[in-house]
Design a protein around this ligand. Structure first.
Ligand SMILES: N[C@@H](CCC(=O)N[C@@H](CS)C(=O)NCC(=O)O)C(=O)O
Length: 202
């Protein structure tokens, strides 16, 4: 399998950690893909949305997005279970994953605002709206950071990648006033060596 990827993408990081958890790293070749130009033919052919990660499984099958790829990897090996198979547990995991993906989407839009738009078009109310999504999520998570029993699941790994991205691109400002979530991320990093191994470096 080939993963269209960048070492700086938090969504790719999710997939790399999921692959490590499932013991599948050796089966996935990383293919560097730069999304910044917007007209990267290889990426746009793999995913018309022009986004990474995209996983090429065979000549007829490419899958995206990061959630779908993680669910696919989960189906290839029995343990640890990334997506509980049923019951409320499954929907708690999916909801935590959706919350963390939403934080990532807002954090990425804030980066893209200043990367892809000229300064005179930066719009402070819109930036504040995106920042509000992140801040509310962080405040809610601080009340009760999501525990795991035997091993972190997809929801936990997505949250860790979201916090890691806020550290990387938003100066770790989320940390102020959120000691329980900081301790939670430290626990995740200790349980999951792939988190440190995939830390983005510029
Ligand atoms: N929902 C997607 C989001 C992926 C995404 O936005 N990736 C960024 C890189 S970190 C990208 O490819 N951006 C290019 C663009 O939006 O044009 C996923 O979970 O895979």
């Amino acid at each position: 399998m080939k993963l269209l990827s960048s070492p700086l993408s938090p969504y790719v990081r999710k997939v790399r950690i999921a692959a490590a958890m499932k013991g599948l790293q050796g089966k996935i070749e990383m293919v560097p893909a730069d999304t910044n130009p917007g007209d990267n033919v290889e990426i746009n052919r793999a995913n018309p949305l022009g986004k990474i990660p995209a996983l090429v499984i065979d000549s007829a099958t490419t899958i995206f997005d990061s959630h779908v790829i993680c669910e696919y990897l989960d189906s290839l090996a029995p343990s640890p279970v990334l997506f509980p198979k049923g019951g409320l547990e499954r929907f708690r995991t999916l909801t935590l994953g959706a919350l963390a993906d939403g934080m990532l989407d807002a954090a990425l839009l804030l980066v893209y605002e200043t990367r892809f738009r000229p300064e005179e078009k930066w719009h402070a109310p819109w930036q504040a709206r995106q920042q509000g999504k992140i801040d509310r999520a962080i405040d809610q998570l601080e009340l009760a950071p999501p525990a795991w029993s035997t091993s972190p699941d997809y929801g936990h790994l997505t949250l860790a990648c979201a916090l890691g991205y806020l550290d990387f691109r938003h100066d770790g400002r989320w940390r102020t006033g959120h000691p329980k979530l900081i301790a939670w991320l430290d626990r995740f990093a200790a349980a999951m060596p792939a988190f440190e191994a995939t830390r983005p470096q510029v």
